[in-house]
Ligand binder design. Structure first.
Ligand SMILES: NC(=O)C1=CN([C@@H]2O[C@H](COP(=O)(O)OP(=O)(O)OC[C@H]3O[C@@H](n4cnc5c(N)ncnc54)[C@H](O)[C@@H]3O)[C@@H](O)[C@H]2O)C=CC1
Ligand SMILES: Nc1nc(O)c(N)c(N[C@@H]2O[C@H](COP(=O)(O)O)[C@@H](O)[C@H]2O)n1
Length: 244
């Protein structure tokens, strides 16, 4: 379905939270934006396995505008398996050129490009082929997929985010990444003020209830540089993670 036109005041509202060309060019780390849509009770879906629309069409367009401004878009395997998202950019005249590279964090190697929405869009030249993040040489290598091999942190049994973003910049020329979720990924990265440059949260005017998938980091997280946009049914918060 076609997107609504972008609300006229959003580009200026978002401007100082978008990847900056000068910063991008000089940094070792890519510019990282953490962005998602949540309900008033901090749920990002109605429950496990349930793809849930929270954003109003005008904030959905904003998400595609954000996609246009990033080289890569990262999600966890939970989201890839449940939502089968397209992760392309429908904003602007050329979906292929405007789209970020989908990056799927799939250390357990469960997600397949073959048969996915990402493949369907790639075949129609409306989206880019994905980079799949793994911890060792993948058991199955799919055509058109590139693999980022990222070491696992022995203590946490998770990949080291800093290392991953360095690999994406160094080996794949990805200078900016928009992280879209899901909850597991967001709850980790809300604690990483050392990595996250911008936080952009759409808040829909609905409660999804306590069986919904919750975004809530394991400890207090303070924000700085907050600014709010108000749409028809949603508000958008732009901020940065505070150092404390
Ligand atoms: N409303 C919104 O904006 C969004 C909503 N969602 C929703 O979120 C839900 C999925 O969230 P989750 O189940 O939490 O899954 P998730 O998408 O956060 O993926 C979790 C998986 O990613 C991998 N992973 C995460 N961090 C890792 C690390 N540091 N190292 C290695 N592997 C790592 C693991 O395999 C883990 O099981 C779905 O219901 C989806 O619809 C997802 C994205 C955005
Ligand atoms: N911005 C936003 N609003 C919502 O209401 C959502 N449910 C999401 N979900 C994210 O978008 C992905 C779907 O992308 P495609 O439209 O298929 O390209 C989904 O997987 C979540 O990451 N986002």
């Amino acid at each position: 379905m076609a997107l609504r036109p972008l609300c006229g005041d959003l580009p200026l509202f978002l401007q100082s939270y978008l990847p900056n060309a000068v910063e991008k060019g000089n940094a070792i780390q890519p510019f990282i934006t953490l962005t998602y849509a949540q309900s008033l009770d901090a749920r990002i879906s109605r429950g496990p396995g349930i793809k849930t629309v929270i954003s109003h069409p005008e904030t959905k367009t904003m998400t595609h505008y954000l996609r246009h401004h990033h080289d890569g878009i990262l999600i966890g395997s939970g989201t890839a398996l449940v939502d089968d998202p397209g992760l392309n950019c429908k904003w602007g005249p050329n979906s292929f050129a405007n789209s970020p590279r989908p990056i799927i964090l799939d250390t357990k190697q469960k997600w397949r490009f073959n048969g996915s929405k990402i493949q369907e869009l790639f075949n129609k030249r409306q989206g880019k082929p994905p980079i799949v993040v793994v911890t060792s040489d993948p058991l199955i290598k799919e055509e058109h997929v590139e693999y980022a091999i990222c070491p696992i942190d022995e203590a946490t049994e998770r990949i080291d985010w800093k290392k991953l973003f360095e690999i994406l910049k160094e080996d794949f020329n990805i200078s900016s990444v928009m992280v879209e979720g899901g909850a597991n990924v967001i709850n980790q990265l809300l604690l990483r003020g050392d990595i996250i440059n911008s936080l952009i949260i759409t808040i829909g005017s609905t409660f999804l209830g306590n069986s919904g998938t919750e975004v809530s980091p394991p400890q207090t997280v303070n924000l700085k540089d907050m600014t709010w946009w108000k749409g028809t049914t949603d508000v958008v918060l732009c901020a940065r993670l505070a150092d404390d």
